[in-house]
Design a protein around this ligand. Sequence first.
Ligand SMILES: Nc1ncnc2c1ncn2[C@@H]1O[C@H](COP(=O)(O)OP(=O)(O)OP(=O)(O)O)[C@@H](O)[C@H]1O
Ligand SMILES: [Mg+2]
Length: 277
Amino acid sequence: MTPGSTDRACVLRLEKIRLSFNGVDSVLEDISLEMWTGETLIVLGAAGAGKTVMVKVALGLLKPTSGRIYLFGQDVTDFDEQQWFQIRPRIGMLFQEGGLFDSLTIEENVAYPLVNRSSLTPDQVRPQVEEALRFVELGHTMTKFPSELSGGMRRRVGIARAGIADPDLLLYDSPTAGLDPITANNIMSLIIQERELRNATSAIISHRFQDGHMMANFRYNPESKRLEKMPEDSPMRARTRFLVMHGGRIVFEGSERELDQSRDPYVAKFSMQRSIH
Ligand SMILES: Nc1ncnc2c1ncn2[C@@H]1O[C@H](COP(=O)(O)OP(=O)(O)OP(=O)(O)O)[C@@H](O)[C@H]1O
Ligand SMILES: [Mg+2]
């Protein structure tokens, strides 16, 4: 159990997850982790480390070879498609590839989690969709299609869609990959705003140390409408953890300070990314 977490619920628990696609090489090897309500988890790792596969296991999109998955206190490992369909709306997901439906408009894409899980019509959810799109400064794109938007704009649509149904857990898979540094920082700023506005439990996956650094050190001030550095004694700092993945394993878990001080050559190299961005 995480220190200080006794009064908190376990949102996600992965227990000794192993996954191999061909029965020989493990893509995930003995992955165990826990996420508690209100926490921010930052998963760092280079290309091919197993980050996306791990997220897909947590969402029931890939079945582990062995190990158990718990979501919101339930053992979901052996859930059938119908049961996953019921539980997935509690998770807001930004997929690495964007995951927008090409044949739907931006409005329809963002409305999807709401319309899909309730009997509400697109007309009924329109005000909420408009608000979510305004949040990511894309209110003017309602009638456009994903192919008409830039890569950064599509990520912002994905962020609006991930949060619209007020999920209990937000997962962002590589939200800044392939973006220029300015757009990447804007995306991170939106994710931080969303964390604070929704008081959400969030996990962000990235190969950029800098993304984790922003999540771990900045908060959104709704009055000044700006990001500001968290005070040293902010409870949010204590609720932020870094994981580093390498070769399908978790090779580090701890605070940013511990990451900086790690003597593990791979982990140390990873935290040094700070100096090359
Ligand atoms: N469907 C699949 N079949 C076989 N191998 C797969 C499949 N999906 C992923 N892999 C392999 O699993 C490993 C981990 O892939 P994953 O997509 O999780 O990496 P990642 O850490 O998300 O990398 P990136 O930063 O590039 O997104 C890779 O070696 C990949 O080739
Ligand atoms: Mg990935």
